[in-house]
Design a protein around this ligand. Sequence first.
Ligand SMILES: *Cc1c(COP(=O)(O)O)cnc(C)c1O
Length: 373
Amino acid sequence: MSIPFIDLKAQAAALGARIDAAIGRVRAHGQFIGGPEVADFERRLAAFCGARHAISCANGTDALSLVLRAEGVGPGDAVFAPSFTFVATAEVVPIVGATPIFVDVRDDTFNMDPASLEAAIAQAQRLGLTPRAVIAVDLFGLAADYAALGAIAKRRGMTLIADSAQGFGASFHGRRSGALADWTTTSFFPAKPLGCYGDGGAVFTDDDARAALVRSLAAHGADADRRAYARIGVNSRLDTIQAAILIEKLAIFEDEIAARNRIAARYAQALAGLAQTPAAPEGLVCVWAQYTIQIDDRDAVAARMKEQGVPTAIHYATPLHRQPGYRHFPRAPGGLPVSERLSRRVLSLPMHAYLDETTQDRIVAALRDAMGA
Ligand SMILES: *Cc1c(COP(=O)(O)O)cnc(C)c1O
């Protein structure tokens, strides 16, 4: 019997008839776009994370694009992004005409290294670019170092954006993702910690004017009364059915975060001494979008585990500054050695809130066996 990498069927079983009932209610009222569930979900989402505003949109990539457009980021501007992340973090920058500058990450958190950010800012200035924004990523579900990154952004007059596509639900010294930066974006792609049954995303901010601007940009540039188009916008909405599904999933999200943390702690115990295991720094709670270990001879180990019916994944085999479409963009001077080393050593193990102990033991045994331990 093969093991699923992420078991969405087990989650559906845990939710029982609630999702079907939620979809049925939308089918009955028929407001498939802009139905009452959308605003209801936005209110619950904002309350969950402590942000003043949550604005839903079509996906996590749009969420980032909307933020850059709302900030007026454009040609001549430098936007700093980690190289060790999913491509969407960086792709939105050239789309608005600005220049992404790649920053290295830390080996222990997988997140942006503040020292590398400082070096990259100096590099941007040498290139004649204006340092405008930092996109920090909460990679694998762990919040970035918002204390250090926020201080740098503030000192340099830059906007701090949290790409929390993988980190919604995470907390940093008692505050939650959504309320840790000037802007936060997230994704409801099915495999993310809080996922829907298709695409979805959201933008968070505490600033009333910024929130109104993003709402307008996501609705074709319309004014609040929808009579005039004050600006050029796009169409980026969360479908009512997805909002209805997310209301049900948000209701059990807190329990799922606790379950993911129990499973991560069990992995850490079982793998001690065998592999470099991930750990949340003091004061941080991770949501474990991925459980990612570091080992030598990664590809051979992954292949041997696959033979035993245990799936693994590699996030990410190539850092963005080495991708053909991105390697011409600037990067922090001195190269990005940690991103490069991680791309050779990382291996993500099955992780979801419904991973039972028997299955987890099988995964650990397969890893031990594959490593010849
Ligand atoms: C998934 C992801 C995105 C994009 O989200 P979509 O909803 O798929 O557009 C952006 N950034 C990171 C780090 C992601 O993991």
